[in-house]
Write a protein that binds this ligand. Structure first.
Ligand SMILES: NC(=O)c1ccc[n+]([C@@H]2O[C@H](COP(=O)([O-])OP(=O)(O)OC[C@H]3O[C@@H](n4cnc5c(N)ncnc54)[C@H](O)[C@@H]3O)[C@@H](O)[C@H]2O)c1
Length: 250
């Protein structure tokens, strides 16, 4: 089934775990996909397995001028129909010890970078009179897990950015929603979670496991589809029941 045939889909962080899964899936559904990522090597590796309807653009989401050039290129192909904003970085550090420069970089990439992409894609959607914005947030945007200071604050910001977009663009055929996962088995999580972390999380998640990138991608595709036309400003937890739970006695 070519559910997204001829749709122009932009995936930021397109070479990452969730991003690359989205790129492959939307492409398989007939979309014309642009994978944007700052890591040229990862993009090159990813493109080796991608079909012809995928294009890669190396760009840092904090570089406004370069992003504008990237979205100008996308405009020449018809402009963005669907934006999936996944680009983000994470660092584990307690608030009192957080390095100020690291704090600033995480805010720049995760929050301001997402804003740049939503604004540039949103302008193209406004011209077209339709569009879908799906941001990739985290349960860390709603609750404070220790050691996630800057990251959590950016994801709380991404949730509100998503709601702002929903409120301001909802009368223009555009929806903005977020998916909000607990840990997902991707390169990002492998960098920050060791066996002990996994054990602690498994105990707290009713599903007793991490999400797979494909499971997050399914939620993203739903929010990007016509089926979700009346869902706007929603934060969809993809969390194995984590946010619904209290203390779990095993
Ligand atoms: N993996 C998890 O456990 C998990 C859980 C909850 C939420 N998330 C969110 O899901 C999204 C994707 O995470 P992932 O696990 O696939 O991470 P990942 O590290 O595998 O992929 C992130 C991608 O973003 C790219 N990127 C980083 N900084 C960039 C920048 N400045 N400009 C452009 N690209 C940049 C990286 O090169 C990488 O390819 C993120 O927003 C993350 O916060 C992940």
């Amino acid at each position: 089934m070519n559910e997204f045939a001829d749709q122009i889909v932009v995936v930021t962080g397109g070479a990452g775990g969730i991003g690359a899964c989205c790129v492959a899936d939307f492409a398989a559904q007939g979309a014309r996909v642009f994978a944007l990522d700052s890591n040229a090597d990862s993009l090159k590796d990813m493109m080796a397995d991608m079909p012809e309807n995928v294009s890669a653009i190396t760009v840092d989401v904090t570089d406004r001028a370069a992003l504008e050039r990237a979205f100008n290129t996308i405009a020449t192909s018809g402009g963005t129909d669907i934006l999936v904003a996944t680009a983000a970085i994470v660092k584990r550090e307690s608030i009192l010890d957080f390095d100020v420069q690291d704090w600033g970089r995480i805010i720049d990439v995760n929050l301001t970078g997402t804003f740049h992409c939503c604004q540039l894609a949103g302008r193209q959607m406004r011209t077209k009179g339709k569009g879908r914005i799906v941001t990739v947030s985290s349960v860390n945007g709603q609750i404070a897990n220790t050691g996630r200071g800057a990251y959590s604050c950016t994801k709380g910001g991404v949730d509100m950015l998503t709601k702002m977009l929903a409120a301001e663009l909802g009368n223009q055929g555009i929806t903005a929603n977020a998916v909000s996962p607990t840990p997902v088995d991707t390169p990002m999580i492998k960098k920050v979670h060791g066996p002990k972390d996994r054990e602690v999380w498994h105990q707290q998640i009713p599903a007793e496991r991490y999400a797979r990138p494909e499971e997050v991608t399914e939620a993203i595709k739903f929010l990007a589809s016509d089926k979700a036309a009346y869902i706007n400003g929603h934060i969809l937890n993809v969390d194995g029941g984590f946010m619904a739970s209290g203390v779990l006695f095993r």
